[in-house]
Structures are given as structure tokens and as C-alpha cells.
Design a protein around this ligand. Structure first.
Ligand code: ASP
Length: 608
């Protein structure tokens, strides 16, 4: 037996027991003839005391950092106690020890505050994983996993595996493809998600399915994306949107409880997509704080039934007059921003990622006066009226951006998040859920002059919009008038779960009738042959008693990161890829042997 206890286990109540521990050497400290070694394993750290009688042996075989050590001794009360660790009241008075394995000097210190940079830690990820900070993240991930499995098991869900080698049907993201040796010239694709399989399982009668499953998307990697990532993928038959929403809201609340001890009892707000865009400028708003948008000017076709208040900004200011959209937020308590600070904010919105030409502001001073960067164009009364429309209070700073609708809305929502971050309103330990519903079913694809599915092609329209879809031709005859096409107003039976301004889950009620599915594919520009080639199996299955069904998937890595109070999913993945999609530890992707190319009957034709 290598050990009787772990390094995190022994307490004062174990005093005088003879124990054997095994683990990694964290530190070696010598005081005269006595040596202390902190021994570490997954469970904690225990101090070992080596008295003079072991000196000769220690000198002959000195244990260094990260050596694997086995040591036996008696549990003693420490004279110099360490209140910071659970084993801090005891130490082990060692009688014998064995070095089980040596270690080279690690390239960085295995400590919370390591001296290793990102690249180095990724290269030696197996050492990085020894660090407490990383270990805590993986432990949290495991707890989220276990809590999920328990909840879904208690609710009759079955975990069913689906294949990784499937057919390539790219829509949206690019597929990773895998050549088939046995079928030369043909390729599998890795699944972007098990979407069609889980729907087929519904047809087969497995009415509650789930899987914690890898998905693969060959996308350009933005900061918080990985080419392979994990989803909690779920599907249910005989359900409506409300059933899905309550089941999976229950799951997240259960995870909060199991993992964080948080009782999330409040009802989760439902917000339509249109309201989210109108009030926050994006479809995954962080509603932990206010700063709602004041839409001073907007294109009439974007929002229905909203009051036009553009007369407030009518006047001499060409930037507002010429802009499609003018939108403002009132930032609490920032009216005392200095020139330097407002200049810096202006530069912030001008950065290419935000892309605004400038920023206007109104300082709502505590003495009731208004000072603004657009004083020249607006009287104080007008400034007061604009600030009033933005619900600004004395002491607030109103920030205004103007430009094309999509970009301006993106900019103001980014600015809102930035200001909240600066004001400390985005607290890592405060959780706020939100369901965003009623997404448009389609988006217009200018390049192809056709519709693309906003969620995916299997999403059903709202029940009262099915007729519009069936009875109208999806073809867009006049590109300039696509907004007048009946399909433009169709809403999807789709929903996203948003946590603290991040989309953590999303799904939909599915189409389960062949005719409607064919209509959907046609709208996406697929003729009958292509439909048959790509999705013949699904259309076929819909002929054999497909039940009404729907589901959703959670981004498991992201959910863990947010619950763990981090922005980066990479910290919660044992072996992540870097921003160029590389595993720097394995040095993958890499070239393959000539022989492998021959077997696959593939010849490289590199362009550069
Ligand atoms: N398969 C979808 C996705 O990966 C989720 C769903 O609709 O269930 O986004």
C-alpha cells in the first residue's frame, strides 16, 4: 500500500497515529539539522518533519521540487500552527521515506501565483493542472457535470451516445472533416452538435434524451471559443416551449444549489428578442444593472409600435441628423468625469472593434445644470429633455452614439457593459438568469439573396406563423424589399438562456412535419435534390410518426466558467487549445506520414 491517508486529510484528532503519505514535494526548507517538506496531492498539503537522524539519507538522495515522495511517520501537534490550511495544526514526524520518482526542475512554480506565462503553462499543461487554481476549476466542472446528471436522471432523461463520424452538412459554421480510408475520396464530418440524432431519438420514442458531449466547429477563434467544446445536449418529446423552459431553468437552479449553495428562488424573467434589442442593444443582455437604452432615433422597420422621439434631437447637429440610429445610456454617478476621461471614452468607442465615429455626452450636474460636448447645437433645455428621456438623474453622465443601426446598437451595448465593468456592477458572485424568446426565424443573407435560419433549420415557427410559412413562396424577388416579404416577420419557437450577459443555453421547438421541414429547406435555398442528399434521412423519419418535440443545449464550458466567476472557458478545460486552435502541448495539428496519405489516397496541393 502506497499510502494510508491523503495529504489533505489528517487533523489534530489523528495525533500519535502512524501514517504513510505519498505525493509531490511542494517545498523543502532546512532549519539547522531539521528539514521540513510540504507534501502535496490533489487533496491538500501536509507538513513533514525530518529530524537529524534522517539527514544522512536526505543528503544522499535530496528530494527536490515535484519529486514523488512516500513517507511514514507519527502525527504530531505543530508548535507553529498554520491557520490557512486544514492540516495546519499537525505535522508528520517522519521515520522513513522513499523517493518514488525524481522530477526535473519544473519550468514554472506550481503555485497559485505562478511565474509561468500562458504559453509555457499550456505547453506543460500536465504541470499546470497540479496548481490549485486550475484544480479548483476542474473540480467545479466535475460538480456541474454530476449535478446535471443527477437532475436529468431524476427527471427520466436517458444518456444516449451519438456518433462522431457523421455526414458533412455545413450550415453556419464550417465542419471538421475526416477522410475515410475504406471509402477513398469520401469524408466524414465531426458533428457541430448531435442535433439531428437527438431528433431521430425522439422519433424512436426515447422521449427524454441528454448527453454531455463534445461538439466540433471549424470557426475562426474569437477570444472565448474552442474548436472542440462541450455541450449539455437535451431533447424532449411531447413538449411545448414552456415545458422546456421550466425543466431547464430547474436544471440551472439545481446546479447553483449543488455547486455554489445558492438558492435561486426568484422567477426568471422572459424577454422577447425585440425587447432585448430595444432595451439593451443585444440578445443576451446582462440585467444585473440598469442603464437601459434610450432610443432617440431608430429605423422604423426595426421595431414595431415604439414611440418616435427623434424630435428631441432635431436641430443643427449633422451627425444626429444623418444617422440611421441615435441611442443613449445614462451612466450613474459619472457627471464628474474629467475631460481626460471623456476623451478616453471617445477613443474607446472609436476603436476598430467598436467602430463609432465619436461619442457625445451630457453631464447632468448635481446643481441641476447640464454641460455637454454638443452644447453648440442644443440649448440647455434640449439637453435636459434628452437627459430626461434617458432617465438620467442628477450626477449621471449621458453617453450618446450615432450611426448605422446594427453597428450603433452593438456599440452602445458594448459601452454599457464597459461602463458597468468600470463601475463594478458586474459582480462574479451575483447570478442573474434571463430567458430571451421570440427570435426571428430567419435572417436575410444579402450575398445569396435568400433566408438563413437564425437558430438552425430544424427550428419551428411560432404555431400561429406556420400558415404564413406554408402558404407563401420563400423566394425573395426584390432584394431591396426583403423586409416586406411575409417571412421577415415570422418568429421562431426558440429560446436562449442568458446568465449575466452570456448565452449559456439555447434551443427550440422543432419542426416535425415533412411538409414544413421541406418548406424550411427551400427557404434556405436548397432544392429537392440537395434536401434529399443532405437530410433525406430526417425527412424520411418524419414520415414514420415523428412526435412533437423540442430541446436545447447548454455550453457546458461557458456555464462552468461563469459559475466559477471567470470569463475564460479555457480555464475550465483540462486540455484546451490556444487562440490559433493549436494544442501546444501535443503540437497539434501536425503533418502526417506519406504512408498515411497513400492509404487515404490523398495528395496535398498546398497553395503556399
Ligand atoms: N443543437 C443546437 C446548438 O448546438 C441546440 C439545440 O437547438 O438544441 O446550438
Amino acid at each position: 500500500m502506497y499510502r494510508t491517508h491523503t495529504c489533505g486529510e489528517l487533523r489534530l484528532s489523528d495525533k500519535n497515529k502512524e501514517v504513510t503519505l505519498a505525493g509531490w514535494v511542494q517545498t523543502v526548507r532546512k532549519f539547522g539539522s531539521i528539514t521540513f517538506i510540504d507534501l502535496r496531492d490533489r487533496y491538500g498539503i501536509t507538513q513533514l518533519l525530518f529530524s537529524e537522524n534522517l539527514n544522512e539519507q536526505l543528503e544522499a538522495n535530496p528530494p527536490g521540487r515535484e519529486f514523488v515522495l512516500q513517507a511514514t511517520g507519527i502525527v504530531n501537534e505543530r508548535s507553529n500552527k498554520n491557520a490557512n490550511i486544514p492540516t495546519g495544526e499537525i505535522e508528520i514526524n517522519i521515520s522513513k521515506f522513499t523517493i518514488l520518482n525524481k522530477s526535473a526542475l519544473p519550468p514554472f512554480t506550481i503555485q497559485d501565483d505562478t511565474d509561468g506565462g500562458d504559453d509555457l503553462r499550456m505547453k506543460y499543461r500536465y504541470l499546470d493542472l497540479r496548481r490549485n487554481a486550475v484544480k479548483k476549476n476542474l473540480e467545479l466542472r466535475y460538480l456541474v457535470n454530476r449535478s446535471t446528471r443527477n437532475y436529468l436522471h431524476e427527471n427520466n432523461f436517458m444518456d444516449i451516445e451519438t456518433p462522431f463520424l457523421i455526414k458533412s452538412t455545413p450550415e453556419g459554421a464550417r465542419d471538421f472533416v475526416v477522410p475515410s480510408r475504406m471509402n477513398p475520396g469520401q469524408f466524414y464530418a465531426l458533428p457541430q452538435s448531435p442535433q439531428t440524432f437527438k431528433q431521430l431519438l425522439m422519433v424512436s420514442g426515447y422521449d427524454r434524451y441528454y448527453q454531455i458531449v463534445k461538439c466540433f466547429r471549424d470557426e475562426d477563434l474569437r477570444a472565448d471559443r474552442q474548436p472542440e467544446f462541450t455541450q449539455i445536449d437535451c431533447e424532449m418529446a411531447f413538449v411545448e416551449q414552456e415545458d422546456i423552459i421550466s425543466m431547464f431553468e430547474g436544471l440551472v437552479k439545481r446546479i447553483f444549489k449543488d455547486v455554489k449553495g445558492v438558492d435561486y428562488t426568484e422567477a426568471v424573467q422572459h424577454m422577447t428578442w425585440e425587447d432585448a434589442m430595444w432595451t439593451y442593444g443585444n440578445d443576451k443582455p446582462d440585467i444585473r444593472f440598469g442603464m437601459q437604452l434610450c432610443n432617440l432615433k431608430f429605423p422604423a422597420h426595426s421595431f414595431t409600435g415604439k414611440t418616435d422621439i427623434s424630435s428631441l434631437i432635431n436641430g443643427e447637429f449633422a451627425v444626429f441628423n444623418d444617422a440611421e440610429t441615435v441611442v443613449a445610456i445614462a451612466v450613474p454617478g459619472c457627471s464628474d468625469y474629467s475631460r481626460k476621461q471623456t476623451d478616453e471614452l471617445t477613443e474607446w468607442v472609436k476603436r476598430p472593434q467598436i467602430g463609432m465615429k465619436g461619442l457625445a455626452f451630457i453631464k447632468c450636474n448635481n446643481d441641476g445644470t447640464y454641460k455637454s460636448s454638443i452644447d453648440k447645437f442644443f440649448t440647455e433645455d434640449k439637453l435636459k429633455a434628452i437627459a430626461g428621456a434617458a432617465a438620467a438623474k442628477p450626477g449621471d453622465l449621458v453617453l450618446i452614439v450615432a450611426g448605422a443601426e446594427e453597428r450603433t446598437r452593438k456599440a452602445i451595448s458594448a459601452l454599457r457593459m464597459e461602463m458597468a465593468e468600470r463601475l463594478g456592477l458586474r459582480k462574479a458572485d451575483e447570478f442573474k438568469l434571463l430567458w430571451v424568446i421570440d427570435f426571428p426565424l430567419f435572417e436575410y443573407d444579402e450575398e445569396g439573396n435568400r433566408w438563413v435560419a437564425r437558430h438552425h433549420p430544424f427550428t419551428a415557427p411560432k404555431p400561429n406563423h406556420i400558415d404564413i410559412m406554408i402558404s407563401n413562396d420563400p423566394v425573395i424577388k426584390d432584394a431591396s424589399k426583403y423586409l416586406e416579404h411575409p417571412y421577415a416577420g415570422i418568429k421562431a419557437n426558440a429560446y436562449d438562456l442568458v446568465l449575466n450577459g452570456n448565452e449559456v443555453g439555447g434551443g427550440s421547438i422543432r419542426i416535425y412535419q415533412r411538409e414544413l421541414q421541406e418548406k424550411m429547406f427551400a427557404a434556405l435555398g436548397m432544392d429537392e435534390t440537395e434536401q434529399q442528399h443532405k437530410f433525406g434521412f430526417l425527412l424520411g423519419a418524419f414520415e414514420y410518426g415523428a412526435p412533437p418535440h423540442g430541446g436545447l443545449a447548454f455550453g457546458f464550458d461557458r456555464l462552468c466558467a461563469i459559475i466559477g466567476g471567470s470569463e475564460s472557458i479555457r480555464d475550465f478545460i483540462a486540455f484546451p487549445k490556444n487562440n490559433s486552435g493549436r494544442d501546444v502541448m501535443l503540437d497539434a495539428p501536425s503533418t502526417i506520414d506519406e504512408k498515411q496519405f497513400d492509404e487515404l489516397q490523398i495528395k496535398l496541393n498546398m497553395k503556399s
